[in-house]
Design a protein around this ligand. Structure first.
Ligand code: DAH
Length: 358
């Protein structure tokens, strides 16, 4: 075997036995680097006679090319091995909780409020809002409850100090003034849901001076109580996560609707658990009715062309039922142990495709 063949053998062995990229790089430097063995051979061509150069030139250059090719090939293999090793090692366990873990939790009332909103939004209702401190005019007068109307006494109202012009604001006693606000600024068709805080002078195991309601309003050229019933039924099925519900209509009175209907939901409370769609109990769900033509007119809507239905109910009671919370006052005591027990994971927003309460 010639010297050159022996050198080539040695170089190829060194390349093949390099087990990582650093070792291979060391081989490359020792062979092709400035002072590398092949570089030295190439340099020696300068001192040779033309005849020697003719013979050795192609030999040395061939050796350099084959060594460079072998190094490149080995490099690809080593890179791939390194990548595979990393992929095998850097495993991510996607079942582990994200860190840092979110602290705090969503209050059951906020959760119920988000769920109610998500369900009605899915039914095509836009979310509308109004302030907690409301004009007397919007909370009462334009809802067909004029001053001195006896219905004002049904709402144990918190009054806010008199304004300079003698008018009085109130803490809204229901979410119905959002109906007024919406009709005053928006032309029909209207289809809104408005969840929010409401206030009344009242406090016992089932009443809190601050509580939450949802309000729905639909105004169009053709609307009727059948639409209303369907919407409430769909809402109940989605909210209580059941396939079937049965609703009962009771004639009622609200100054802002004519006719007025209250809806109850058939349920079974025996056995310490509440079930829907069967049983002999009825759960009060919502007040509702066809919007009174006088309300439409007072809110700038032509009652000869448009009609609408409205509905409203308590959210706190829905949350109590759904999550098995016995006393409404515990909602607002800010007891951390209670909140940790009944709260919802902060990042689980209720959606119809993802699930309401997980
Ligand atoms: N605002 C009523 C209350 O607080 C509930 C209600 C009844 C709302 C009838 C409505 C409705 O929109 O049409 O008791």
């Amino acid at each position: 075997m010639s010297d050159i063949q022996a050198i080539e053998r040695q170089i190829l062995d060194a390349i093949a036995s390099a087990t990582d990229e650093a070792a291979l790089e060391a081989v490359r430097v020792s062979v092709l680097g400035k002072k590398g063995s092949i570089s030295e051979l190439l340099k020696s061509l300068g001192g040779m006679t033309p005849d020697e150069r003719k013979v050795n030139g192609p030999l040395f250059n061939g050796l350099r090319d084959r060594a460079a090719a072998a190094i490149a090939a080995r490099k690809t293999v080593l890179e791939e091995e390194a990548l595979n090793a990393r992929l095998a090692f850097e495993r991510v366990d996607i079942t582990l909780p994200a860190r840092p873990e979110p602290s705090g939790s969503v209050h059951p009332v906020s959760q119920a409020l988000d769920e109610v909103t998500a369900i009605f939004a899915d039914l095509g209702f836009a979310v509308a809002e109004g302030p907690d401190v409301e004009f007397d005019d919007y909370n009462f007068t334009r809802l067909n409850i004029p001053p001195d109307h006896p219905a004002r006494q049904m709402h144990d109202t918190f009054y806010v100090a008199k304004q300079a012009d003698g008018s009085r604001h109130v803490l809204r006693t229901h979410t119905s003034p959002v109906q007024v606000r919406t009709m005053l600024k928006q032309k029909p068709p209207i289809r809104i849901i408005s969840p929010g805080r409401t206030y009344r002078v009242d406090s016992d195991a089932t009443h809190s001076p601050m509580f939450h309601q949802f309000e729905g309003l639909v105004i169009d050229e053709v609307t009727h109580l059948g639409h209303l019933k369907w919407v409430l039924e769909e809402f109940c099925k989605a909210f209580f996560e059941v396939d079937k519900v049965e609703m009962r209509a009771r004639p009622s009175f609200f100054p802002f609707t004519e006719p007025s209907v209250e809806w109850d939901l058939r349920c079974d409370r025996s056995g310490g658990q509440i079930k829907f769609g069967a049983g002999n109990d009825w759960l009060e769900l919502a007040g509702s009715g066809m919007v009174h033509p006088r309300v439409l007119e007072m809110c700038g809507i032509d009652s000869t062309k448009y009609q609408g239905y409205a509905f409203g109910g308590g959210i706190d009671r829905l949350a109590m039922l759904k999550y098995g919370i016995p006393d409404i006052r515990s909602f607002f005591e800010s007891d951390l142990r209670w909140l940790r027990h009944y709260g919802f994971a902060a990042l689980d927003l209720p959606t119809l495709d993802g699930g309401l309460s997980r």
